[in-house]
Design a protein around this ligand. Structure first.
Ligand code: 2HG
Ligand code: ZN
Length: 475
């Protein structure tokens, strides 16, 4: 465990190392780094270090390792599980990677981009597009979330169904280890079987084993033909059946396939300016189908029309709208992307980022919704998300008029209620948001025994003093 007090002179040494731009100590300057987007946590910190490059990150870690000062690593600070927020002890140094924001290399032959950890996801997408390529990782927080953060959490997002999670998009890493040594594993090889795949250890480790400072990311050919449909569907089974029809017709073309409940779309229309319902009548279930191909003559619109026509005949689809322009496609995407913000504005909500085998999604949504309504009468289930990956945000909105604090006091009951169903269906209690601070208490129950013991052994081997993001991931 970290020592009780920060070593004398640490801040002076950090200041000498990083200069005034690289170390924030004023309460007003560090405040934005101490709380999370959801408002679940408010921590304290010794200071916020803002190193300018990987060598400076390594030097900061060496100083902290000397005295056992705990480090909280921060990218865009968009964690849904408190993963980037320091605890309340005030003993942590927050290490922000915001200044490591260079794209070091971009190669359209190798189809790779070498980006530093602080590069904002949107900036990585734009850089790829400017090179005539695609970097496909896409999620609601992409304007703030960073390359280091999405790798450290193995983020999924909307395009996992086609391109995989962040892990699948990574070829190599540069990492500062807990002793302050710098490992350059920025190899851009598709094939490299040379011992343990060390790079994969740091993906999804949430900064508990080291700090990702740069990564080699995979790029893809850009889309030259696209189609986007917003559909009202009969029920959860119809949503899944429609996914299967599109997948069977042209698996490679399904770039995203998202489910939304009537309640979630209602909230988006109610609270988010410019969001309107694209179909004629309100429904209880919707899906968004996003198709893309690098072939200019892929005929995706015609394909979508044909699949939707047949699905309507079969009673799966009640109504559908196809985007007529890129601007309209973006407006339709906002309905889905603004779900978290709309839910926040509607009141207090509890998030359940769960996954089950794809075939079990309809049953999971039905059973969880019924159990949640019974657990908290008047509450409003808001399931939405990545149905093609089996990852649904089985969220629960507070009953109208209820005291938000009283509702949130039931958070653990609510999570347990969902998790009981998820476990029964062979699923996971955290599909893409990770463990952070919020879910460490669930690890022993879900990943106990040999699995957790192996994780603890890895942690102890790499970070024997426990200075890297303590309090995250492992109980
Ligand atoms: C999304 O898919 C994010 O929009 C956030 O994973 C989900 O707010 C949530 O529960
Ligand atoms: Zn999601």
């Amino acid at each position: 465990m970290p020592d009780a007090a920060p070593p004398a002179g640490l801040l002076d040494r950090l200041h000498a190392l990083l200069g005034p731009r690289g170390l924030l100590t004023e309460p007003g300057d560090i405040a934005p780094h101490l709380s999370d987007w959801r408002g679940l946590y408010r921590g304290a910190a010794l200071a916020v270090a803002r190193p300018a490059d990987a060598a400076e990150v390594a030097a900061v870690v060496r100083l902290c390792a000397e005295g056992g000062t705990p480090i909280t690593v921060q990218g865009g600070n968009t964690s849904m599980v408190g993963g980037a927020t320091p605890d309340e002890s005030g003993r942590h140094l927050v290490l922000s990677l915001a200044r490591l924001n260079r794209i070091r290399d971009l190669d359209p032959v190798d189809m790779t981009m070498t980006a530093e950890a602080g590069v904002v996801l949107k900036a990585a997408q734009v850089a790829a597009a400017e090179a005539g390529c695609l970097f496909p990782l896409s999620l609601g927080a992409e304007g703030t979330a960073t390359v280091g953060g999405v790798l450290s959490t193995n983020a999924g997002g909307n395009t996992t169904v086609r391109y995989g999670n962040a892990r699948e998009l990574m070829l190599g890493l540069e990492v500062v280890l807990p002793d302050g040594s710098l490992w350059n594993g920025l190899r851009r090889l598709r094939k490299d079987n040379t011992g343990y795949a060390l790079r994969h250890l740091f993906v999804g480790a949430e900064g508990t084993l080291g700090i990702v400072t740069a990564a080699v990311l995979r790029m893809f050919p850009r889309a030259r033909d696209t189609a986007l449909a917003f559909c009202a569907v009969a029920d959860e089974e119809a949503a899944l059946a429609l996914f299967r029809r599109f997948r069977d017709r042209d698996e490679g073309a399904v770039r995203a396939f998202e489910y939304m409940s009537g309640a979630g779309v209602d909230f988006a229309v109610r609270h988010i300016e410019g969001v309107t319902l694209p179909v004629a009548a309100r429904a209880d279930h919707y899906v968004l189908v996003d198709l893309a191909s690098s072939r200019p003559d892929a005929g995706l619109r015609e394909m979508a029309e044909a699949v939707l026509f047949e699905a309507m005949e079969a009673g799966l689809v009640l109504d559908a709208a196809l985007a007529e322009s890129e601007a309209q496609a973006q407006r339709i995407w906002r309905i889905r992307e603004e779900h978290p913000e709309a839910q926040k504005r509607e009141g207090a909500s509890v998030k359940n980022d769960v996954s089950v085998p794809v075939s079990k999604v309809p049953e999971m949504i039905r059973r969880c919704s019924a159990a949640l309504r019974e657990l908290v009468p008047g509450s409003r289930p808001v399931p939405f998300g990545h149905i093609g990956d089996g990852n649904i945000h089985m969220n629960l909105e507070q009953p109208e008029g209820m005291d938000p604090a009283a509702f949130l006091a039931r958070s653990h009951d609510i999570m347990d209620c969902v998790n009981a169903v998820v476990r029964d269906l062979g699923g996971s209690f955290s599909a893409e948001h990770g463990i952070g601070r919020l879910k460490t208490g669930m690890m022993a129950d879900w990943r106990g025994g040999a699995e957790l013991a192996a994780m603890q052994a890895i942690k102890a081997a790499l970070d024997p003093r426990g200075i890297m993001n303590p309090g995250r991931v492992l109980p």
